[in-house]
Design a protein around this ligand. Structure first.
Ligand code: ZN
Length: 313
């Protein structure tokens, strides 16, 4: 049985692991990204980390890399990433192959997370599956008929930039009315702040640099504004999911990413809104659940993509 390296390159940290074919993690670690050093130096640091811990694991034969941003997985190129300033048109696949002396597969981190959940988590055994990552950005990976669906140019799954309101709120992508502009973490915080302006004496009002985590905690403690903030967010999220479900007709939708820590406080209103907006009850058989692999989803998924690619050779 062979092993692969799994890597998840985020804006702040890189998660790394040596993974077996069943998804078991033999070694695991995290190093700072240091994107400003440039891709070659960062790749060299990753290689060093693996060198230091691969002893007694002789048969490592591939590497899978997940990376935030626009990725062409076929060509192994990272076009650009909002989290990795200056990394544009980087031949990441080639870079990793050369540095680690192994065949390398790269993909978008949302695709990797979806694939990880599909193989090892909330989408195990599910042939039609959507995994949504909720955080600062809102992305998704699509599994259609048991395969990761990347689309013609590898960019499928941008659920965060599907439009839910004509001429609506300005999104980070430059368009108006995108789902992300309503349910991304900064939109949630802004929603709470707006509600707080209308009510004095709320315990959240004094919190500096209010975060979704603070709002979730307050909601758990019964804070009405926090509860309503998450309810409204779920209401928008349900509309976004209706659009996705009408096109993909999945069996399960798993929700991961930082914001998903709010659990049913956000997912219950999401399910209600979904049921309210769906065009026919036939679509109500979809299960909307919390993802299971937490922040390991991307590096595990990248590793599993590396394994499965090997099997397709
Ligand atoms: Zn957008």
């Amino acid at each position: 049985m062979g092993f692969v390296y799994g890597i998840d390159i985020g804006g702040t940290n890189i998660k790394l692991g040596i993974v077996d074919s069943g998804g078991g993690v033999v070694k695991e670690g995290m190093i700072p990204t240091g994107a400003e050093e440039g891709p070659r130096a960062v790749t060299a640091r990753i290689s060093k980390w693996f060198d230091s811990c691969k002893k007694n694991i002789p048969d490592i034969d591939r590497v899978g890399v997940g990376c935030a941003g626009l990725v062409d997985s076929k060509k192994g190129i990272l076009f650009s990433s909002p989290n990795l300033p200056g990394w544009s048109n980087v031949e990441l696949g080639k870079l990793f192959s050369e540095e680690l002396n192994l065949p390398a597969i790269i993909d978008n981190d949302a695709n990797c997370a979806a694939y990880g959940e599909f193989r090892l988590g909330a989408g195990k055994g599910v042939k039609h599956f959507i995994c949504v990552t909720l955080g600062t950005g809102v992305g998704a990976g699509l599994i259609i008929n048991g395969r990761l669906h990347r689309g013609f140019s590898g960019q499928a799954g941008e659920i965060g930039h599907t439009l839910i309101k004509v001429e609506g709120r300005l999104c980070g992508c430059g368009n108006r009315g995108c789902l992300e502009a309503y349910i991304g973490s900064s939109a949630i915080v802004e929603r709470a702040k707006k509600m707080l302006e209308q009510e004095s004496g709320n315990s959240l009002a004094g919190v500096e640099q209010l975060s979704v985590k603070d709002i979730t905690k307050a909601a758990e403690d019964g804070n009405e504004i926090a509860i309503r903030t998450l309810e409204k967010t779920g209401w928008y999220f349900g509309i976004g999911l209706v659009n996705a479900v009408h096109i993909i007709n999945p069996e399960v939708i798993a929700v991961g990413g930082g914001v998903s820590g709010a659990g049913d406080l956000i997912l219950n209103p999401t399910r209600e809104s979904f049921a309210e907006h769906v065009m026919n009850d036939i679509f109500l058989d979809v299960r909307i659940v919390t993802a299971q692999l937490g922040n390991k989803a991307s590096f595990l998924g990248a590793a599993m993509l590396a394994f499965d690619h090997k099997q397709e050779d």
